[in-house]
Design a protein around this ligand. Sequence first.
Ligand SMILES: C[S@@+](CC[C@H](N)C(=O)[O-])C[C@H]1O[C@@H](n2cnc3c(N)ncnc32)[C@H](O)[C@@H]1O
Ligand SMILES: Nc1nc2[nH]cc(C(=O)O)c2c(=O)[nH]1
Ligand code: SF4
Ligand SMILES: [Mg+2]
Length: 240
Amino acid sequence: MERIPVIEMFGPTIQGEGMVIGQKTMFVRTAGCDYRCRWCDSSFTWDGSAKDEVKQMTAEDIWQQLKQLGGDRFNHVTISGGNPALLKGLRALISLLKEHNMRIGLETQGSVWQDWFYDIDDLTISPKPPSSNMKTNFTMLDTIMERLTAHRGHVSLKVVVFDDEDFAYAKHVHQRYPTVPFYVQVGNDHIHEADDVTLRLQLLQKLEWLVDKVVQSKEMNNVRVLPQLHTLLWGNRRGV
Ligand SMILES: C[S@@+](CC[C@H](N)C(=O)[O-])C[C@H]1O[C@@H](n2cnc3c(N)ncnc32)[C@H](O)[C@@H]1O
Ligand SMILES: Nc1nc2[nH]cc(C(=O)O)c2c(=O)[nH]1
Ligand code: SF4
Ligand SMILES: [Mg+2]
């Protein structure tokens, strides 16, 4: 059986972001990413700093570990990374989770397609704005969004916004795929801040700025603005 590189698993917690914010869920975080976002809050998945924590696991290993962590206190599992879309072998995990009647969420940036995207219940595609220093391959993103919208799955777009240029990018993405539920998320510019009170204040100010941008924009009448709820609650800690 194909192995999946897992860097951390945690939960039950709540989904802190996007289309199912507040949903109780477990997290499986895979190692490795094809991007290097300047502000990545999970850079340990790709920068080598946590390479000793990566475990090559089978789908069954992952399920056993989820049960050990969460017992019978969950029925939703979120797969994030890194970029989980790099892993063809996730199909086996998705099938196994379905057999156990789990709902599945997945977070990816829209740089790689996998056929198993069709089997994700809550799929978030999160293209990266200019502040990330990454460049969106819109040909690939068009293909992905075309396939997903032809299918009746639960998909959304989520763009993290740090500045005016990112907001313009978010507008562009929303206008390119106008029928897809669209979220803008507050960017956390202070991923190394250890004081939760200081961080909260900064994030709430940024949220107010972003709400105002949306309120003032005639192109953004049908978008939802969200913070990272887990960051407001628990700061920059890992595994929450
Ligand atoms: C760590 S990424 C992993 C999944 C995938 N690589 C992606 O970027 O969508 C999960 C989510 O966290 C967001 N994120 C990463 N760093 C962030 C930051 N500093 N502030 C706000 N959101 C951030 C990403 O944009 C993405 O939507
Ligand atoms: N609670 C919680 N919600 C999240 N939503 C997306 C996350 C991620 O890192 O992908 C994340 C995370 O790390 N924790
Ligand atoms: S795509 Fe996601 S995991 Fe990869 S560097 Fe960017 S935010 Fe981090
Ligand atoms: Mg996170």
